[in-house]
Design a protein around this ligand. Structure first.
Ligand code: NAD
Ligand code: GLY
Length: 369
C-alpha cells in the first residue's frame, strides 16, 4: 500500500508533512534529511517507552543511522505516570548530559504519552528544539501527534503544564499498529468517531459504512481513517492553534462526561476511549434535549460506537458525584460545566450548562440504563 502525505498548514507556523503508510518508519531518516533545519541536525534523540522500544526502536534508529544521523535514545516506563515532573526532569538532564545543542532534534516514538512528554521536552530544552512525532498508537496517529499540544501532569490534574509546539514532521507507520493491544485500538476508534461526528456528513457516513472494517483493523480502512482525522484536525488547529477562538474545543466532544467517568471509576478501570464514547452518548442526548440535536443522530452514533467495539458502559455513579467530578475538570470555567453539543453531524456548539440541568439529565440517563 503506498504512503499518503498530508500537509498541515497552520498560520504563523512552518508547514509540516504527515506521512501515513505501512513502511514510512523505514524512510524516517531520508524524510528528515529532506527537511529544512532538522535535515542538518548533528544529533537526534529518540524518546520511547519500554513497550514500544523493544518493538520499533531498532528499526527507527537503523533508518536514522542509514541517513547518516548520530542517534541517542531515552526509554521511559510505559504509561501515563511517565508524563510527570520527575520523568521530564530526567529527560531534560539526559538531553543536557548528551550535549544536545539547539540544532539537534527529538523524535517521539510511541503513543500519546511519549508524544506529549517528548514534545514538551523539545519545546522547553534550550527554549525549544525541533520535534518529530513518530506515533505508534491509533490514538496518537489520529489525534495527539498533530496539532502541537504537549504536556505533563501534576499531582493535582492531567495536562496542567504544557506548551504548543508543532512538530517538524509526523511519521505514522501503520505497520506498527499490528502489535497494539485491542483496548488501545478501541481508544483510537473513539477518537475517530469523535472526529467524524464533528467533521462532516461525508466522514460520518463513510465511517458508518466502514466501522466493522476499522474495528477489524483492515489496513486500507485504517489508513484512510487516519488520513481523514489528520485532515480534520489540521483544519481545526489551523483555525484555532491555541484553543483561544472557541473552535479547537470541538476536539473535546465526549470528554466532559468522559473525564468524570475515568476519574470516578478510578483511572485505568475504563480506557480513555470507552469513557469518551460514553461521554459522546451523553452529550448527544443532552443536545437532543437542549439544542435540537436530531434523535437520529443519537441513534446512529450509538450504532457507530457499538460497531467500533465501544458499547455503553454498564457502570454508573450518582449524578451528584458525576457533577462534582465534571466541575473539577480543568475545562470547567469558574465552576460552570461546558459541553460540546453536536447540533447535527458536522455542526456543534459549546454550551455552559447549569448544574440543575446537568443533574436532571444525568438522572434520566441513569434511569434509562
Ligand atoms: P500511551 O502512549 O500510553 O500508549 C498506550 C499503550 O500502548 C502504552 O502501554 C504503550 O506502551 C503501548 N503502545 C504504544 N504503541 C504500541 C504499539 N505499536 N504496539 C504495542 N504497544 C504499544 O497512550 P495513547 O492512548 O497513545 O495516548 C494517551 C495520551 O495522549 C494521554 O496522556 C493524553 O493526555 C494524550 N493526548 C494528547 C493529545 C494532544 O493533542 N497532545 C490528544 C489526545 C491525547
Ligand atoms: N486533542 C485535543 C487537542 O489537540 O486539542
Amino acid at each position: 500500500m503506498p504512503a499518503t502525505k498530508i500537509v498541515v498548514n497552520i498560520p504563523g507556523e512552518d508547514a509540516y508533512d504527515v506521512r501515513i503508510g505501512p513502511a514510512v518508519l523505514d524512510d524516517l531518516g531520508a524524510s528528515l534529511r529532506a527537511l529544512p533545519g532538522v535535515g542538518a541536525a548533528p544529533r537526534l534523540l529518540v524518546v520511547s517507552d519500554d513497550n514500544v522500544a523493544p518493538l520499533y526502536l531498532d528499526a527507527a534508529k537503523a533508518s536514522l543511522n542509514a541517513a547518516g544521523y548520530p542517534v541517542s535514545d531515552i526509554v521511559v516506563p510505559a504509561g501515563e505516570a511517565s508524563k510527570s515532573l520527575a520523568v521530564i526532569g530526567e529527560v531534560w538532564e539526559a538531553m543536557a548530559q548528551l550535549g544536545l545543542t539547539r540544532d539537534c532534534a527529538v523524535v517521539a516514538l510511541g503513543g500519546g504519552v511519549v508524544g506529549d512528554l517528548a514534545g514538551f521536552a523539545a519545546s522547553t530544552y534550550m527554549r525549544g528544539i525541533p520535534v518529530v512525532q513518530a506515533p505508534t498508537t491509533l490514538l496518537a496517529m489520529v489525534d495527539s501527534s498533530v496539532g502541537g499540544k504537549t504536556g505533563v501532569n501534576l499531582e493535582t490534574g492531567k495536562n496542567l503544564v504544557g506548551t504548543f509546539k508543532q512538530p517538524s514532521f509526523v511519521c505514522a507507520s501503520t505497520s506498527t499498529l499490528a502489535t497494539l493491544p485491542e483496548r488501545e485500538w478501541r481508544c483510537g476508534c473513539a477518537e475517530v468517531a469523535k472526529s467524524a461526528v464533528i467533521d462532516s456528513d461525508e466522514f460520518f457516513f463513510w465511517l458508518m459504512d466502514n466501522a466493522d472494517a476499522l474495528a477489524a483493523r483492515d489496513e486500507a480502512v485504517t489508513a484512510e481513517a487516519i488520513a481523514r482525522c489528520v485532515v480534520f484536525k489540521a483544519r481545526v488547529v489551523s483555525e484555532d492553534k491555541t484553543e483561544s477562538r472557541g473552535v479547537r474545543e470541538c476536539l473535546n466532544y465526549g470528554h466532559t462526561l468522559g473525564h468524570a467517568v475515568e476519574s470516578l471509576a478510578g483511572y485505568g478501570t475504563y480506557s480513555h476511549g470507552a469513557a469518551v464514547a460514553e461521554g459522546m452518548r451523553f452529550a448527544a442526548r443532552l443536545g437532543a434535549a437542549l439544542a435540537g440535536t436530531p434523535v437520529e443522530l443519537v441513534q446512529t452514533q450509538d450504532a457507530l460506537l457499538d460497531a467500533l467495539g465501544l458499547p455503553a458502559l454498564a457502570w454508573s455513579a450518582s449524578p451528584e458525584a458525576m457533577l462534582s467530578a465534571m466541575k473539577r475538570d480543568k475545562k470547567a470555567r469558574a465552576g460552570v460545566v461546558r459541553f460540546v453539543l453536536p447540533l447535527d453531524v458536522g455542526r456543534w456548539e459549546l454550551r455552559d450548562v447549569d448544574d440543575d440541568v446537568i443533574l436532571e439529565h444525568l438522572r434520566a440517563w441513569e434511569a434509562s440504563k
